[in-house]
Design a protein around this ligand. Structure first.
Ligand code: MG
Length: 362
């Protein structure tokens, strides 16, 4: 076996001797031989392959504990792990990107806000028990400024979803929030919604609620989202999902371990990664800001709709009914026609030009 000194091995692997000593201590890369007298480390030429993999995984930003796991796998499984790691990084980055966009928007918004185009929402909401469940654990709300859907789970699920929506109700009242206040307002509202759900759960780990809500700021819509209820935007004939499911199945799709088709019939597809009351008090909701355009139509819905009605059909139904009330009705009918296995809730809101304020004559 050809042995290299730590210096020669460091050069060949592009890892510093200091890093090699650390990886030895962490049992990530043990030297082939340690001289019992001098303590000098020697490495086998065959270890270069692993050392180079470690070096590149470090450059990727992977934590050492995960690198150790990857190094213990065969090539195919290691590839899976790296893909899964990167999917997690991208998901985290996406949340931060939205937050950055939110902040940029707030900082620049005041100077370029267009006061000449006044927009407002026209909305409708409804929740239905479905054909199978004994009770309705969903809650919905639609008002001038606030739209919300919550889907409760566990023995106190109905109270949990209702408490979640109730905690946001104040956002629909009072003065229109300035763009600079929206982020704090939403964060506070979500925190109190989480507290309300945890109080109800009284220590039971099964009780929780999703929450997907849109808050109107006068020119934009702030989306707050946690769980697997969804928000969609119908714009220029295209349907876009603007929320990301916090479900076990979605994380498997993100990591490339499951195809979206397989996910549709996955037995654990209702299992949530995070929701209000689930995952501890520190669990953060996603926040993003949507530029509102006249003609936009938003849909918030619980998984009672998306579990049985495909996105393509949702788009057809949403686009086919001009009136939000009718659109809500046909979507709920479609879920029930597909068996209505779950409670189903929909909020549909159109962004429309505000009626011109009447000018007194004389
Ligand atoms: Mg549900």
């Amino acid at each position: 076996m050809e042995l290299l000194t730590i210096g020669a091995f460091a050069k060949a692997s592009r890892l510093s001797p200091k890093a090699l000593r650390l990886y030895d201590e962490l049992e990530l890369l043990r030297p082939a031989r340690v001289d019992p007298d001098t303590g000098y480390r020697y490495y086998a030429v065959e270890q270069l392959r692993r050392a180079r993999l470690v070096a590149w995984l470090r450059r990727l930003g992977m934590p050492l504990a995960e690198i150790r796991a990857v190094c213990a796998l065969d090539a195919a499984d290691a590839a899976h792990e790296v893909r899964a790691y990167w999917a997690r990084v991208e998901a985290e980055t996406a949340v931060r990107r939205d937050l950055a966009a939110f902040l940029v928007d707030q900082l620049t918004g005041e100077s370029r806000r267009d006061h000449t185009t006044m927009l407002e929402l026209r909305y409708a909401a409804h929740s239905d028990r479905g054909h199978v469940r004994p009770s309705n654990q969903d809650s919905v709300y639609a008002g001038r400024r606030l739209l919300a859907v919550a889907d409760g789970c566990g023995p106190a699920g109905a109270s949990a979803s209702s408490a979640a929506v109730e905690a946001l109700r104040f956002l629909d009242e009072g003065e229109e929030p300035g763009a600079g206040d929206v982020l704090n307002l939403l964060e506070d509202a979500v925190r109190s919604a989480g507290e309300a759900v945890r109080d109800l759960a009284d220590g039971s780990p099964e009780v929780g609620s999703t929450l997907t809500a849109l808050l109107w700021t006068g020119s934009k819509l702030a989306l707050v989202h946690i769980g697997d209820s969804r928000a969609y935007l119908l714009r220029d004939g295209g349907l876009f999902r603007i929320s990301h499911d916090h479900s076990v199945v979605q994380s498997l799709i993100d990591e490339g371990r499951l195809s979206p088709e397989e996910a549709e019939s996955h037995p654990r597809r209702a299992l949530l990664l995070k929701a209000l009351g689930i995952g501890g008090p520190a669990v953060a909701a996603d926040l993003r800001l949507q530029e509102a355009r006249a003609g936009d139509r938003y849909l918030l819905c619980s998984d009672g709709l998306t579990g049985v009605v495909a996105d393509a059909r949702i788009k057809e139904l949403l686009a086919g009914e001009a009136d939000p009330e009718r659109a809500v009705r046909v979507l709920i009918d479609a879920a029930n026609a597909a068996g209505g296995p779950d409670n189903v809730s929909c909020v549909v809101a159109d962004v429309v030009l505000a009626a011109a304020p009447s000018v007194p004559v004389g």
